[in-house]
Design a protein around this ligand. Structure first.
Ligand SMILES: Cc1cc2nc3c(=O)[nH]c(=O)nc-3n(C[C@H](O)[C@H](O)[C@H](O)COP(=O)(O)OP(=O)(O)OC[C@H]3O[C@@H](n4cnc5c(N)ncnc54)[C@H](O)[C@@H]3O)c2cc1C
Length: 375
């Protein structure tokens, strides 16, 4: 192992998976998380085949599937209800695992929190990094609570608005708003909804099983200029309105009527960033959304974050030196992630511009093929 003391900034998917990947390596691992409650919002996450493969490498796929909803395909419908395509996923995580999974974010978060702590990571909440200095041998970190630490490696896993990125990669681009937002809402799962279903109209509507009794609905919606803001009390009505054009589909008409609680509507903008390679500078390295964030159109953001953690920790264990390990991490990750960022952005642009040449089935299938390639 190339490092003895590791600081992970950010206790989300990328940071926690990195801590799990370092289990048994002998490194002392510390996580700092700025959210004092260390919680996540309550809708769901799609885990396609490669996300499950990466979780399996960390020993966590079984738990995620047990707490989620195993699935095998993405089914696309026209807005009039006619079928367009069914895209099956290969079961690449291994014979014991299904091709894909849907899981509530809080459940995935709890699995990762428990696993990172069981791996020996020490977690400090409600603080962040204030300053980072390195001299080639060590990284000195000043924290926002006035404390300080010295580390062999700092992992920036602090998401889209990464403070580590701002401090160590000041020339990196800022996140870009992609002029589309997504509305989400948890609903009881009707028994017939057993895969990801998407209606490819304007707006696009999808439903995703998350457990035996739970699923979520998402609606992607063009929003040029700035992300729109609504008073909280209006959110359920605004989301319902976007389903008016789907009332001829009995399932969607029934689900529309169940969107009643404005406090349960989760409205988020799509933002992207791709930090140019390399994603390390000296002894500081970026993983997950801190290095690359993408729109959710191919459900690969968290999958890429988990893969980053698997690859980085594999290379740290085997690299002849820290520099060689970080260079190998970049080599294995950058091009694959760049293609995922581009494909998801392409789908987003086609949707919001109503491009007649759009090929969502082709690009989605291509993203699944890329996802299935070895990492
Ligand atoms: C609408 C939407 C839907 C999505 N759906 C999917 C999906 O279905 N499947 C999929 O694979 N991906 C999906 N994604 C992408 C996925 O959510 C992200 O890629 C993933 O959460 C990235 O994980 P992360 O750990 O890098 O960042 P985050 O999840 O953002 O975690 C970062 C952590 O760092 C903490 N933090 C932030 N700043 C600091 C700081 N300065 N100091 C200390 N701690 C800090 C945060 O509190 C947080 O705990 C979706 C994204 C969006 C926006």
């Amino acid at each position: 192992m190339n490092v003895e003391k590791v600081l992970i900034v950010g206790g989300g998917i990328a940071g926690l998976c990195t801590a799990v990947g370092l289990k048994g390596s002998g490194a002392v691992v510390e996580i700092v998380e700025q959210n004092p409650k260390w919680d996540v919002y309550g809708v769901g996450i799609i885990q396609l085949a490669n996300a499950l493969r990466a979780l399996a490498a960390l020993g966590l796929a079984g738990e995620a599937i047990a707490q989620g909803f195993p699935m095998s395909a993405l089914v696309m419908w026209r807005p009039d209800g006619a079928p367009i395509a069914t895209l099956p996923q290969p079961p690449i995580a291994g014979p014991d695992f299904p091709p894909q999974n849907g899981i509530a974010r809080p459940k995935l978060h709890a699995i990762l929190q428990k696993a990172a702590q069981a791996a020996g990571a020490r977690v400090r909440l409600g603080l962040s990094v204030q300053a980072i200095e390195q001299d080639g041998e060590r990284v000195r970190v000043a924290f926002t609570d006035g404390s300080q630490g010295v580390y062999d490696l700092v992992v920036g896993a602090d998401g889209l608005r990464s403070r580590v990125r701002q401090l160590v990669f000041p020339e990196a681009p800022s996140p870009q708003y992609e002029e589309q937002v997504v509305w989400r809402y948890n609903l009881p799962r009707p028994p017939e909804v057993d895969n990801i279903w998407m209606w490819m109209g304007d707006p696009k509507v999808g439903i995703v099983p998350l457990g035996p009794d739970l699923m979520y609905m998402f609606i992607t919606d063009a929003a040029p200029g700035q992300p729109p803001r609504y008073p909280e009390a209006a959110l359920a009505e605004e989301m319902r309105k976007r389903l008016d054009g789907y009332r001829h589909i009995p399932l969607l008409a029934r689900l529309q009527e169940q969107i009643t609680d404005p406090s349960k509507v989760v409205l988020r903008p799509f933002e992207t960033i791709l930090v140019p390679a390399p994603w390390h500078r000296g002894r500081v390295v970026l993983v997950g959304d801190a290095a690359h964030a993408m729109t959710a159109h191919i459900a690969q953001g968290a999958a890429m974050a988990i893969e980053d953690a698997v690859v980085l920790t594999e290379e740290l264990r085997r690299g002849p030196s820290l520099e060689a390990a970080l260079a190998a991490y970049n080599r294995r990750r950058f091009e694959r992630v760049r293609k995922m960022v581009e494909m998801s952005r392409q789908l987003c642009i086609w949707e919001r511009t109503h491009d007649p040449k759009a090929d969502p089935v082709g690009v989605t299938a291509a993203s699944m093929e890329l996802a299935a390639q070895p990492i």
